[in-house]
Design a protein around this ligand. Structure first.
Ligand SMILES: Cc1cc2nc3c(=O)[nH]c(=O)nc-3n(C[C@H](O)[C@H](O)[C@H](O)COP(=O)(O)OP(=O)(O)OC[C@H]3O[C@@H](n4cnc5c(N)ncnc54)[C@H](O)[C@@H]3O)c2cc1C
Length: 499
C-alpha cells in the first residue's frame, strides 16, 4: 500500500451511527485523504429509536454544514430545552434538567452558592425560577437564544427531537451528495490479515468482497466486527443500571406541545415522552427482573396522552461499553461500541464523539498504537462520566414503591460518583469539566432535583452582603418572568420556521 493514496474507509451499518459517521467523514475529509464507502443491509432493520438529543448536536450540524431548520423540516423535528423529570426523587416530585444555567454569578461567587447561602439563611427561593430554559419550558415557549450575551434570553441552549428513521434518510441524502458510495448488502464473512490481525475485507451475500484500510463498525448491538470478529470485551454495567428492556410506541399528538422531553419514573423503570410534529414518541425503559414484559407494555399503553398509532415494539439491551472501541483497524460507533440507556439522550452524542475523535486522530494506512490508546481513553472517559450521571438519577431517590428503587438506593456506586456526591453535600461543589459531558449546571439541576442538598457553600459567597444577594436574586428572577411571555409558543415557532 502506498502512503499517499487515500485511506479506503468502509463503514458497516446504516443506522443513525452509520450515517452520522459517514456524513462527518465525507464532510471533514478531502478525496485525496479518504474514500468512504458504506455497506448496509435492507434485510436487517435498524433499532429505529433514538429521537431526543442534547445541545452538542448543534456542533455536529455546524461541523458537517447541516442547516438545522432544513433538518427539522425533513425529520418532523421539534426543539428541546431540557428534560422534565416526574416522580424521580420521590412520587410527586418534579424537576427539570434545563439546557442552560441557573442564574448569573453574584459578587464573584457561583450563582448556586449564593442561592444556597440565601436558602441556609432562611430565604427559600426555588432555584428553578432562575433558569430561563425552565421558565420557557413551563410556558411551552421557544425561540432561538439571543446572541447578545448580556441579555437574559441568551442564558439557555437547545437541542432537537426528531423521527429517527427520517433522520438516517436525511443524512444519507447529505452524505451521498458529497461523494459517499453506498452498497446494499449483507455482510456474511469477515477476513482478517494473518500477520496484523486487522480486518482485511468483508464478504457480502452477493459474493462481492469489499476490501478496506480502515473499518467502522456501525452494526448496532451485533458488533459484527468489533465484537464477533475482534472479540473486544464488553464491560457490563447492569449492576449499576439494571434496566435492560424497553417498549416503544408512537401515539397521536395530543395534550401539550412541549419544548422538552418528559421522563416519568415508574415502579420498574421510567417512561419517555418525546413530542414530534406529527406524533408523540413514547417508551417504557424497565428492568425485566422487576416487571414482566406484558405488564410493562400495559403500563406504557395506559399512560399515553393520545391514541397508540402502532403496536408496542420491544428492544432488549445491556448497559456497558467495549473496553476498546477502537481495536486494530476497526473503530466502533453507536450501539456496537456500548449502550447507556436513553435517560439523558446521550447515545447520539457518543456517536458524534467517536467520529470527531477519529477525525482528530486520523490514522494512516498503518494504525499507530498511540492513536488507538488516546482514542479509547477519550471515549472511555465520556462513557464513564455519562454512566455516573445516569446512576445518580437512580441512586438518589426516596421512593417507597417497587424493589428497583430500594435496590438502586442501597447499591454500591462507583467511587467517582461517591466523591462527587460528597463534594456536593459538603459545600455544593459540582464537576466543572473543560469539555465533555456533563457541564456543572446539569449536575446541579439533577443533584438538587433528586434531593441532594449541600450543607454549606463556597466561602467566596460571603464577600457580597446578604442583602445585596437577596436583591440580586429578586432582580434576576423578575427579569426572566418579564421576558418569557414575549416568546412565541413552541407550536407557533415550529409553524413559522420548520413545519
Ligand atoms: C429504547 C432506546 C431508546 C433510545 N433513545 C435514544 C435517544 O432518545 N437519544 C439518543 O441519543 N439515543 C437513543 N438511543 C440510542 C440510539 O437509538 C442509537 O444510538 C442509534 O440509533 C444508533 O444505532 P446504530 O446505528 O448503532 O444501530 P442500528 O440502528 O441497529 O443499525 C445497525 C445497522 O447495521 C446494519 N447491519 C447489521 N448487521 C449487518 C450485516 N451483517 N451486514 C450489513 N449490515 C448490517 C443494519 O442493517 C443497520 O443498518 C436509544 C436506544 C434505545 C434502545
Amino acid at each position: 500500500m502506498e502512503a499517499n493514496t487515500p485511506l479506503e474507509i468502509v463503514i458497516v451499518g446504516g443506522g443513525t451511527a452509520g450515517w452520522m459517521v459517514a456524513t462527518a467523514l465525507v464532510s471533514g475529509l478531502r478525496p485525496h485523504q479518504a474514500r468512504v464507502r458504506l455497506v448496509e443491509s435492507d434485510d436487517i432493520a435498524t433499532v429505529g429509536v433514538g429521537e431526543a438529543t442534547i445541545p452538542a448536536m448543534r456542533d455536529y450540524n455546524r461541523f458537517v454544514g447541516i442547516d438545522e431548520v432544513e433538518m427539522l423540516r425533513a425529520t418532523n423535528g421539534t426543539f428541546k430545552l431540557g428534560i422534565e423529570f416526574l416522580d424521580w426523587g420521590f412520587k410527586g416530585s418534579n424537576y427539570h434538567h434545563p439546557f442552560g444555567v441557573h442564574g448569573q454569578s453574584i459578587g464573584g461567587a457561583g450563582f448556586h452558592h449564593q442561592w444556597n447561602r440565601a436558602r441556609l439563611a432562611g430565604h427559600d427561593f426555588d432555584i428553578e425560577d432562575f433558569s430561563y430554559a425552565i421558565a420557557a419550558s413551563r410556558a411551552d415557549r421557544f425561540e432561538f437564544p439571543n446572541p447578545n450575551p448580556e441579555a437574559i434570553d441568551s442564558t439557555y441552549s437547545y437541542a432537537y427531537h426528531f423521527d429517527a428513521s427520517l433522520y438516517a434518510k436525511f443524512l444519507r441524502k447529505v452524505a451521498e451528495s458529497r461523494g459517499l458510495k453506498r452498497t446494499e448488502g449483507k455482510v456474511v464473512d469477515v477476513t482478517l490479515d494473518g500477520a496484523s490481525g486487522d480486518v482485511a475485507s468483508i464478504t457480502l451475500a452477493s459474493g462481492e468482497v469489499v476490501k478496506g484500510d480502515f473499518f467502522v463498525d456501525c452494526t448496532g448491538f451485533r458488533g459484527l466486527l468489533i465484537g464477533q470478529t475482534l472479540n473486544s470485551p464488553f464491560e457490563d454495567w447492569t449492576h449499576w443500571l439494571p434496566c435492560d428492556r424497553a417498549w416503544a410506541v408512537p401515539c397521536a399528538r395530543a395534550g401539550r406541545f412541549t419544548p422538552f422531553t418528559r421522563s416519568t419514573a415508574r415502579e420498574a423503570g421510567w417512561q419517555w415522552r418525546i413530542p414530534l410534529q406529527h406524533r408523540t414518541g413514547n417508551g417504557y425503559v424497565y428492568s425485566s427482573a422487576h416487571i414482566s414484559d406484558d405488564e410493562a407494555a400495559a403500563v406504557l399503553l395506559a399512560n399515553l396522552d393520545g391514541e397508540a398509532l402502532d403496536d408496542p415494539r420491544q428492544v432488549k439491551f445491556k448497559a456497558g461499553r467495549r473496553t476498546a472501541s477502537w481495536t486494530c483497524n476497526v473503530m466502533a460507533a453507536g450501539l456496537s461500541s456500548g449502550f447507556l440507556e436513553p435517560l439523558e439522550s446521550t447515545s447520539i452524542y457518543l456517536i458524534q464523539i467517536a467520529v470527531m475523535n477519529l477525525l482528530k486522530l486520523f490514522p494512516g494506512k498503518r494504525v499507530e498504537p498511540a492513536l488507538v490508546e488516546d482514542f479509547n481513553r477519550r471515549v472511555d472517559m465520556e462513557y464513564d462520566r455519562v454512566r455516573d450521571f445516569l446512576i445518580l438519577h437512580y441512586h438518589a431517590n426516596t421512593r417507597t414503591d417497587g424493589t428497583l428503587w430500594k435496590q438502586c438506593r442501597e447499591m454500591p456506586i462507583p467511587d467517582s460518583l461517591r466523591e462527587k456526591l460528597e463534594l456536593f453535600r459538603h459545600r455544593g461543589h459540582a464537576p466543572n469539566y473543560r469539555d465533555g459531558l456533563f457541564a456543572m449546571p446539569s449536575w446541579i439541576s439533577v443533584l438538587l432535583g433528586q434531593g441532594v442538598t449541600p450543607r454549606g457553600y463556597d466561602p467566596m459567597a460571603d464577600n457580597a452582603p446578604l442583602a445585596q444577594t437577596l436583591a440580586e436574586l429578586e432582580r434576576q428572577r423578575a427579569a426572566i418572568t418579564r421576558r418569557v411571555p414575549a416568546m412565541p409558543s413552541h407550536a407557533e415557532f415550529i409553524d413559522r420556521h420548520c413545519a
